[in-house]
Ligand binder design. Sequence first.
Ligand code: NAD
Length: 499
Amino acid sequence: MEELTHYIGGERVKGTSGRFSDVFNPATGEVQAKCPLATADEFAKAVAIAEEAQPDWASTNPQRRARVMMQFVHLLNRDMDKLAEKLSSEHGKTFPDAKGDVQRGLEVVEYCIGAPELLKGEYTDSAGPGIDMYSMKQPLGVCGGITPFNFPAMIPMWMFAPAIACGNAFILKPSERDPSVPIMLAELMEEAGLPKGILQVVQGDKEAVDAMLDHPVIQSVGFVGSTPIAEYIYGRGCSNGKRVQCFGGAKNHMIVMPDADMDQAADALIGAGYGAAGERCMAISVAVPVGEETADRLIEKLVPRIEKLKVGPYTAGDDVDYGPVVTKEAKEKILGLVQSGIDQGAELVVDGRDFSLQGYEDGFFVGPHLFDKVTPDMDIYRQEIFGPVLSTVRAKSYEEAIGLAMDHEMGNGTAIFTRDGDAARDFSNRINIGMVGVNVPIPVPLAYHTFGGWKKSMFGDLNQHGPDAFKFYTRTKTVTARWPSGIKEGGEFNFKPME
Ligand code: NAD
């Protein structure tokens, strides 16, 4: 059984706690490796190394730091298949999806190549008599990040690339479900020229997270994961005086207006609802057709498309639509929620409960499910299922549809499908949700915009990537300088020759 490691001080190091968590191959259900779970002391060792290394990195000029990012992009492209293969084997997502995971992280690294421009300060000449004023964006010091299982390459890169480009050291605590790719990324960063100790990976669970939240040297904590943990980390991190940003769970609604292109809407729901087995924070989990006729037409279009979905292991090739979910517990939770939907009166139009794949009977596969006539009081509507389960809530009017999305406690993403510019504009303006798609089901902003939800999907002020990341990972210092005038009467400077 492979024993995985931390990445501390530029080395793969074994865990010393004696505690491990199982890393599965979700397609077969077998345990493929053991992930060490760090103690607070192991975490503190990484902090001491980062603290020692960071000042030199901060004083490395931003163009040189950007060159490391540029080289890292080349190495990511060189090793794309290797990274995606490892990622798929631990996460279960299809090979093209795994490459997409690396690619969306890589795009943020590309954005960070612009660090010299993004880190430029501001200057006011003659703010007063003989007074100039300027502001600098300085790194925070040692920063930490905690990431979820569903994007084990992309989300770590969304955090460490801007943090490091800004001159910080970064300690990552990745998900213990798929911990190998983050180590590979840290090694590639060093191959790209990053000094040892600037990017470290400490594997672990709550013990390592609490060590990060309580360590006085850690200046900032970034978190992506479920809402209850996001709330906990935000509270504890802030009360310890750290800068914290936490991105939580989601329940993304897609409103389908009567004038929408129904084939386009159905295709969009298939990709956004079932892609990656629904394990995306931007997955659409609620379809809201407006009007009974729209709902009937939509369901009619969805059912044959869902029945055609191919579920299988990533090794089966490119025509697999989605793979297994990450663990047996995740599968049980999803099937438990499906049962609650049936018990609470929703209509199960496509039933994936008996799904089984020959040769992979112990894998964590979940067949696709479609519910109709879901109501807002049901658990399948209120809770994030994080599986291949799409719920349909029939709305009588546009106002009822927008009201549903607005009243839900989550506010990560949403979409409207319509040909009506007025409706789309009203929806985009009024909706209290962070990322909005108009005829786009998964409106993930590109690297040079920022990513973040509202309501219980986000705790903090600044979003991920884009210009916000450069604000989150720096602090502003403003200098007001007055030099006594050296000009003597007659217009000559009063220079003293050097001895
Ligand atoms: P999770 O909350 O279980 O775990 C996330 C991280 O927190 C992991 O590193 C984990 O080790 C750690 N953690 C877990 N329990 C902890 C505890 N009690 N104390 C301290 N740390 C703990 O989430 P997950 O299952 O890995 O990921 C899925 C969730 O992430 C979904 O809710 C999804 O919507 C969300 N997500 C959100 C975004 C976003 O940008 N908003 C992006 C991706 C995923």
